[in-house]
Design a protein around this ligand. Sequence first.
Ligand code: PLP
Length: 454
Amino acid sequence: MRKFCRVGFLNVRRIILTRLFWQVCEQPFLFLFNPYLCRLKFNFMEIRDNQYQIQGVSLTRLAKEYGTPLYVYDGEKILSQVKKLQDAFSSVKLRIKYATKALSNINILKLMKKAGTGVDAVSIEEVKLCMHAGFEPHEIMYTPNSVSFDEIQEAVNLGVMINIDNIPMLEHFGTYYGNGVPVCIRLNPHILAGGNAKISVGHIDSKFGISILQLKHVHKVVEAYDLNVIGLHVHTGSDILDAEVFLKGAEILFDAAMEFKGLKFLDFGGGFKVAYKQGDISTDIKEVGNKVSKAFKEFCEEYGSELEIWFEPGKFLVSESGYLLVKVNIVKSTPASTFVGVDSGLNHLIRPMMYDAYHDVVNISKLEGPERVYTIVGYICETDTIAADRKLREVQEADIIAIKNAGAYGFSMSSNYNSRLKPAEILILNGKPYLIRERETFEDILRHQLEIEL
Ligand code: PLP
């Protein structure tokens, strides 16, 4: 009780009133009336006027003007992905909560806001970034893992939706907020799915979520503290191809949801797979939309209330929009391979080394000529193969290579390893390139380091 008083009754009352206000005000975003989604042209990287272009903007020109390595994002592609998802779930009350961690530049967040999405944030810093970009607290889902309770309190005070993924934290939450502050519970459905072991997070051995087998315990905590549970959440993993996996997750969530009164939404996380190369298959979003919407409507009928359905896609919305442009420093032939050494590496794009991710590569400096097989490697003092044994138009020093599918978990996972500078970022929108992040300088490497007398 004393602890509760410390948080402040007035503060809690303010939070509850703010939430009630937004619940009343909030209307589903109809993309049909969204000017950002109405004017899409759907033209992505293509050869025109003897150049690789995005929306009429030459990529080699961008590389020349802004230098390399350079992240370039096609804003139209992002918007078209939002629209695809909206279309697929048009028969239910869909809320898209873009997974901020995939690409967190504030301009990308602002674009999402314009397109009518909300956001999913996994740290208090991401929450603040989203608010800085213009999201209202009620549009932000905060899904932390293994954070301190202080961080959760900070998020509650900011007024965002809290998603709790372990029982001790649920108890703390109950002690402080009782049934005053609405809460969502992240369940672990025990489904093994995803493109790589490191991104399969819904299985029994995963640190994420509260085991579906511990539901009884969850209910005891909910009853003991009279918790106001308004949402349930699952996120099975990334790169999930099969609609059946989403359906399986949905069924588990529906069963669990029947035991909770007063739910307002069910959140199915992210995880849709995108195409990594020509002819590659991606999640059939229409099929997932049809099947999950149908099952969801049946569930709502049985539950007796029309809930919202939430998804938190990251990769699906931004992966294919992004290109990392790198310059060839060296072409090195060995008895076994021909290496193309570029001015970037795992410090800027860690996915190939971390997840064995496939990234298509194109020599955008050469439109014709013979093709040869190369292995593209980075300049980091560590094995950092970006793409092995790929056919490219004959590569020469100073050529520009475009690494595709670099929009998601590219810049946002970049580092200063080897004391290298992080790249600049460009967003192309309405046929115009905008510099949305400056390239780091050597001063950035020194910033925050304190020199002592030795
Ligand atoms: N939601 C949560 C809780 C996640 O952990 C992740 C990714 O790890 C996502 C959403 C986004 O996943 P994806 O980028 O595969 O759509």
